[in-house]
Design a binder for this molecule. Sequence first.
Ligand code: SAM
Length: 273
Amino acid sequence: MASPLFERMVRAIEAGAFPRSRRFAWKFLYNGLGRLWRDSDWRFMNYGWLPPEGEAPLNLAPEDEAERPFIGLYDHVARGLPLEGARVLEIGSGRGGGARYVARYFKPDTVIGVDFSGPATARARALNADTPNLRFAVGDAERLDFPDASFDVVLNVESSHCYGDMDRFVAEAARVLKPGGWFGWADMRSKGAVTQTDKSLARPEFVLERQRDISADVVRALDAANDRKQNRIAKLRLMRRFMAEFAGTKGSLLYRGLKSGDVTYMSRRYRKL
Ligand SMILES: C[S@@+](CC[C@H](N)C(=O)[O-])C[C@H]1O[C@@H](n2cnc3c(N)ncnc32)[C@H](O)[C@@H]1O
């Protein structure tokens, strides 16, 4: 059964009931998760991406196998970008698994992950301390603490739905990118918000290089990760229904939305002029 608290929260956000305070609601949630969710084998907080059956699976080290669906979303966003030797910024890095994947598999010079949740950032540091070309900092997507033109690649995965001002975030991402740099972005939006989101992303200095609806790939990942999530949620003492919604388990609002087309999982790639 759905969590009424979660449904009310999502519907209020969708209706634009409190756009300015949306970021504070999400920060409260991610700070709580950062403090309480101590599992050392969960480095991701995204809904994932898996290719259709028959397509070659991603080649992963055995220790990364359990997180294949979530790594898949990062691989989808990052593969094909000029990452070798690059300075990479991830905005909204959460528990750090995506930044770690990029740092370990794509030979960049440096990956910096920023997240506005202090506890999530502390968790990312602790979970990924074994990766030398990777560091994490507390930082706000809407006010980045980096000079102009300081990165070759900026990544943003399933984070921007939390922001108070999407236009401001995109302007910041464009500002910190070098000319010729790349911006890889993926996130979900309700059907009615897709056009406005594309308008926010379409900065004058950005050229759209790739545009995908990856909803079906995300549903595949939700299916694949469902048992692992349900087993973890069953161990909670409180908020099981809320967490089942938040995690996108089968039957959740998000799961149903992606299947029905009410929610679109968007993926975009831009090059800065
Ligand atoms: C759904 S999690 C995704 C985390 C990570 N990208 C992943 O895929 O595992 C969203 C993350 O965005 C972060 N976030 C939300 N608003 C932010 C903001 N204004 N600036 C930086 N990070 C933010 C949250 O703290 C959270 O860690």
